[in-house]
Design a binder for this molecule. Structure first.
Ligand code: NAD
Length: 433
């Protein structure tokens, strides 16, 4: 794929260097470079894809409950605006930094490309520990952040959604703040908001459901029945908990689960409905009486059919990759596997469902939500789940077929399909001016 777009040699002081101190950004870049060599992407296009299109860093002052003022760092990074408005979550976590947000925005671009959605990729984040903030502090933080990034968001420009540490309530505050600014109710400014405010039925469950559809497809390929399969899930938030619930419903035995405070193990299977109600009542997952506490690192290398990282990036690395004892690695989190770990895993017979495919259910149903808001329509949950299933399985089969045909990994196949779509669109649109 070559055009005459730009043949200048790469600039030593390219904007890329701003992000390169981040291990997560370097990881995203190295994946892009592997795809570029496979697809022989034009050098100018590659340079453009290697850096986010637009980056905004804001300081967000917040009046705390005790009367003091605290200033938080906030980021919004729009990696690509080629295919439509940029789309991506907003993360509240203590480890959020510019490089991480930039990497996540790049992965969003490839994900939207792979799923054929009319969006570019974006991501946002605020460096904070949401569990230490009161509800009022979170509301003031969210509203002030929205105000600070107002000039770069919009239903046709950049649309946010929940990610780690944020939820439907966060989206409701953003929707309200934006609506107050423009002077009319504007539900299409965010997705993943409460259904009462124009949210989409099934959006909350969409990522975990999509993860489960992919796992069931992989089990079919491996000729393993769900009833004899076991799963280990890292993270028990939106994605992890729904994945556990959906897998249990299909007969898979969930034998270990963790969250940021600890992990539990029960070889006979954990009752997920009971665990969910235990945690929802304010208890810590690690105190669930039906499971024995286990070291969270050891949990990742337990023998199991399916390992589902559903929390942070880079949790499967050089040190634990060769010890994994799963048959399927279903990457529900974004970027859970480092390239070094990937090189080890690709020599094993572990069936990897790469993140940009595995967790694409979230952005797919976000797309349905955005479309409904713009058209002022309400689809039934049955219709949404059916459309989600159709799109996920179609993408899964495209990735699998390309991987088998070209004898490449599932990750390289998924990334190739995502990157190639955007590269093609860039060539067609040309370079302005
Ligand atoms: P969440 O905030 O709802 O839950 C995160 C969970 O991870 C919590 O249970 C938390 O305790 C746990 N966790 C945090 N640090 C941990 C650690 N060190 N070890 C084990 N567990 C830890 O977040 P979420 O929305 O479920 O997102 C999880 C992952 O899925 C993220 O990588 C996110 O980018 C990705 N994702 C989310 C969506 C979505 O729709 N929410 C869509 C696509 C991808």
């Amino acid at each position: 794929m070559v055009n005459n777009d730009d043949h200048s040699s790469e600039n030593q002081n390219s904007p890329k260097s701003v992000f390169e101190s981040s291990a997560t950004f370097c990881m995203a870049l190295s994946q892009l470079q592997s795809v570029a060599s496979l697809l022989k992407i034009d050098r100018g296009i590659l340079q453009r894809l290697s850096v986010p299109k637009r980056t905004i860093i804001v300081s967000v002052p917040v009046r705390m409950d005790d009367g003091s003022t605290r200033v938080f760092n906030g980021y919004r990074v729009q990696h690509s605006l080629t295919s439509g408005p940029s789309k991506g979550g907003l993360r509240y976590h203590q480890s959020v930094d510019l490089g991480e947000v930039a990497a996540l925005s790049m992965w969003m671009s490839w994900k939207c490309g792979l799923m054929n959605l009319p969006f570019g990729g974006a991501k946002g984040g605020i460096t904070c520990d949401p569990e230490t903030l009161s509800i009022g502090e979170k509301e003031r933080l969210t509203r002030r952040f929205t105000e600070e990034v107002l000039s770069v968001i919009g239903p046709r420009m950049d649309v946010m959604a929940p990610d780690m540490g944020t939820d439907e309530q966060t989206m409701a505050w953003i929707m309200d703040t934006y609506s107050m600014k423009v002077g009319y109710a504007c539900p299409e400014i965010v997705t993943g908001k409460p259904v009462e405010l124009g949210g989409c039925l099934g959006r909350r469950e969409a990522t975990g459901r999509g993860v489960t559809f992919c796992i069931l497809e992989a089990l079919k390929d491996l000729n393993i029945s769900p009833e004899v399969a076991t799963a280990v899930v890292q993270g028990f938030g939106n994605v992890g908990a729904i994945t556990c619930a959906e897998l249990s419903q299909k007969g898979v035995k969930v034998i270990a689960v963790s969250d940021r405070y600890g992990a539990i193990h029960n070889p006979s299977g954990i009752n997920i409905a009971e665990l969910q109600s235990f945690v929802s009542s304010g208890n810590l997952l690690k105190d669930f009486p039906e499971g024995k506490p286990i070291n969270p690192e050891e949990m990742l290398v337990l023998p199991c059919t399916i390992l589902v990282p559903a929390a942070l990036e880079r949790v499967i690395h050089l040190k634990n990759a060769s010890q994994l004892k799963c048959k399927i690695l279903a990457e529900a989190a974004n970027g859970p596997t480092t390239p070094e770990a990937d090189a080890i895993i690709s020599k094993s017979d572990i069936y990897v469902i790469p993140d940009i495919l595995c967790n694409a259910g979230g952005v797919t149903v976000s797309y349905f939500e955005w479309v409904q808001d713009i058209q002022q329509l309400l689809w039934s949950e049955e219709h949404i789940n059916h459309k989600l299933y159709e799109l996920m399985i179609k993408a899964f089969r495209r990735v699998r077929e390309l991987a088998l045909a070209k004898k490449i990994s599932m990750r390289l196949a998924a990334l190739s399909l995502g990157v190639e779509k955007i590269a093609r669109e860039k060539i067609m649109r040309g370079l302005f001016p």
